[in-house]
Design a binder for this molecule. Sequence first.
Ligand code: ADP
Ligand code: MG
Length: 667
Amino acid sequence: MNSSNGGPTPKRMKFSQNGDDHYTKVREERLQLPIRPARNRLIHQVQKHNSVIIIGETGSGKTTQIPQFLYEAGLHRNSVIAITQPRTVAAITVSQRVALEKRSDMGDLVIKHVGYRVRFDDTTSERTKIKYMTDGMLLREAISDPLMKRYSIVILDEAHERTIHTDVLFGVVKSAQHQRQEQGMKPLKIIVMSATMDVDHFSKYFNKAPVLYLEGRQFPITVMYTKEEQSDYLFASLVTLFQIHREALPQEDILIFLTGQEEIESAVKSIRDIARNMTGNVPNMLVCPLYAALPSQQQLKVFQPTPKGCRKVIVATNIAETSITVHGIKYVIDSGKVKAKIYNSRGGLDLMKVVHVSQAQAQQRCGRAGRESPGTCYRLYTEQQYEALRKTTVPEIQRCNLASVVLQLTAMGIQDVVNFDFMDKPSSEAILNAIEQLKLLGALENTEEIKLTQTGKQMAEFPLDPRMSKVILSAKHYKCLEEILTIVSLLSVDSVLYTPQSKREHAVAVRQKFMSSEGDHITLLNVFRAYKGVNGNKQWCQENFINMRNMRTVFDVRRQLRDICVRQDLPLNTCGHDTTSIRKCLATGYFMNSAELQKEGEYMSLSTRKTVTIHPSSALFHCKPAYVIYNELVQTTKCYMRDLCVVDADWLYDTAPTYFKKKKPGG
Ligand code: ADP
Ligand code: MG
């Protein structure tokens, strides 16, 4: 380059594309995945058949690679490939990974071909060709587009998990494929994939679809059982962890399976404390929690390489069983437990409870130890206990409240829900119960024929539990929609209250000023108002232990729900400080989740006549109101009600007189 004014010739500058080395690494990783050699066989099968079932080890590359293969081969036919995931986090992290891989292939100029769509978050555009989404989101789209016209290929991933949404989707995509064929439209290709599953059952259901087995890389794994039954799996997991930690080489990482956020956070704290005080020649420990509600930034930590001379310990829920693969794991500690929804058909309500895993789940957990070299799995239960476990997990659809599913199927125009083509039918009792609940909520006509009411049609438009949507619609009557939108949004995201274990008491004391004797909904509303009052000031958030990121999400969710309300012409009223209206409004959706104080000082749930207790985290923990409604039941040592609100017996009765005639609040 010569400068025109005859000055000295500047030296040529050297540039490198940001993260070049990183891209090379990503490209190489991609080429080395076990799925690679099967690429052409796979493309050929999908070309030839309308439905294909694919089985392959976790980590072989199904989720990240198969959509790219099909896309590269042009099988998307200029339309979109949808890939469903049971978990929001998996949909997001995988889509980000694939976007990175695509970029490493085609450079930064690549237009947005990969995106994700999950509840309240959508990064897709008309340019998106590979769309990762939650199974719930695809089901929601099917309400307005039952033939799935915008897709050429639908991939139902992690099928073995048998989440309620995936199970309903089986029927919905099958019917869409059939109808498209009947009407001479472009075919819909269905791919069902998973790590393990009952292949014959799936193949038969999808019109004898061929099954493709992918070669996996699985090294031998030694399975160890405890000699005696353990009464405290948490304690047993810590003891086992440190036993391994003292003996194993530093670069050998450990994965522990526990059940939920609180348990994992408290285990992580104990592990860090013990590790810090350890003497002798032991490696440093890097402890990473991994659960669905963990902010995605922190989740990505588990993918980062462990520093030299350090041991990574990942404490995870069943999310690490198949949906997220972590490198370097040599040891797995399996508590044998998982948190699951259990359905109480008598009361028609869901209960979250820690239960035993199935043998299939235990095997998946085990498999995580042998991805890169031979490994060991420590089961915190005896061999006899293992033998007594169920072979496979019961599909969620057979143990959940079906109100939401029935509402969505009805909104899709499917009236005969009882005879819907389910792969495994839920009990007709559960379906009838759901219909009954929807009638009580005013979503279905009170007739033999299953028909949505105007309210029901409106309810189906919200990506929420029917009870929650009902509350939003009732707000018109109580003139408090602004407040209700805030509360619903706060309950729809991960907690805005951030309570570090080490400062628990302090955090609770500081937040005392928000506490309302009317319950948790009003308390949350107070937090939100205070946050708005200081314009989301960062220091204020720190001082009050408010999670700012989640608070921002609340605003985002609120805006989206508000948009739906505006579309439905709902009046955006505010009731100011008249919290009674708000509580009455909440009762119109949650009257079925109500409990009455008994003489002995315990509560009894009005639907199931079961003893229930106020959760220690509730604003009402030290109060004894006569009647409460709650959002959820969690069974640990006791059956706890969470997210409570104080109500009057009269309100419950007035909302659903027929329902309470049998159960009689106050009587
Ligand atoms: P499968 O669906 O067969 O279980 P995946 O396609 O999810 O396998 O993963 C293939 C590989 O890509 C795995 O080895 C996994 O560790 C890696 N991988 C996936 N997501 C990420 C990520 N966000 N960061 C780094 N590596 C990832
Ligand atoms: Mg996968």
